[in-house]
Design a protein around this ligand. Sequence first.
Ligand code: SAM
Length: 314
Amino acid sequence: MAMTRTHPLPNYTHKPVLYQEVLTALKPESGKRFIDGTIGGGGHAQGILDASSPDGQLLGMDADPAALDVARDRLAAYGPRVTLVQSNFVRLEEIARKSGFYPVHGVLFDLGISSMQLSAAARGFSFQRNGPLDMRMDPNLQRTAANLVNALPIEELAGLLWRYGEERYARRIARAIAAARPLNTTTELAQVVARAVRQRGRIHPATRTFQALRIAVNDELSALETVLPQAMGALAPGGRLAVISFHSLEDRMVKSFFRRESRDCICSPKEPVCSCGHKAALQIVTRRPVVPSATEKSSNPPSRSAKLRVAEKL
Ligand SMILES: C[S@@+](CC[C@H](N)C(=O)[O-])C[C@H]1O[C@@H](n2cnc3c(N)ncnc32)[C@H](O)[C@@H]1O
């Protein structure tokens, strides 16, 4: 593991969500290899390494170099059992092959962002902390949230808020944003949205707008769509793929991928005879998604929308 650090370490620890459930799903054992595609603060990764002692191996990836620094520090004691790579997980297959993690016995994606990223005002992820409208997981990306908010035509912005935020007031919010341009900070944006929506509900009125912008800035849905077949391809027979999602767009994608890949034929039901030649590659382990217990939700509120789905390679 390279030891050059480019950021001060954030002084917080992200609480891994559905921790025990992930370990039960992945069944870590000594001698096995695992990929954590979203290593974050390394909480799940540490659990996998402990449970696969003394010689289980883990390849961890994260798009965010600051997250990788935290993971590197936390996992230093595991020495050569850990390989860390800063990358978007869309390069999973290439990186796994190069690093000798092909095939593997388990792959984990714990999607979205960590509390570390959310609580760093300068990253611009949170409407509760004043910071620049950034929202990039990987600071090398060209496009920030400010670019989208200040440059997209109203119709495109409304489409983005509707598609990625499932925001019912998308057009109203897009018009208000356009009228208030230029917007430079998270607080300015949150105030514009709150004034446009004028509704007080269970969640802050800017929640969906921030989610939509983050998904668009980081191209999160297309990354997930790209990586699921790669992760399936990387698994050895009997290996498991575990995905924790935090909103319905991600969960729907995982659910339909697992469904399709667990069927021998994916022809339309109208076809009298199968012509697709598709063969099932996965068996679904979780018919229904696993969700956090009431205790976990109350001790770790960011876990409340988490859903874990697991499938096993045939
Ligand atoms: C919820 S956190 C993971 C927390 C981790 N499981 C733990 O126990 O500390 C999600 C992490 O995934 C990273 N991430 C999200 N999408 C990614 C992608 N497409 N490629 C690489 N990393 C990604 C984020 O930067 C973040 O650090």
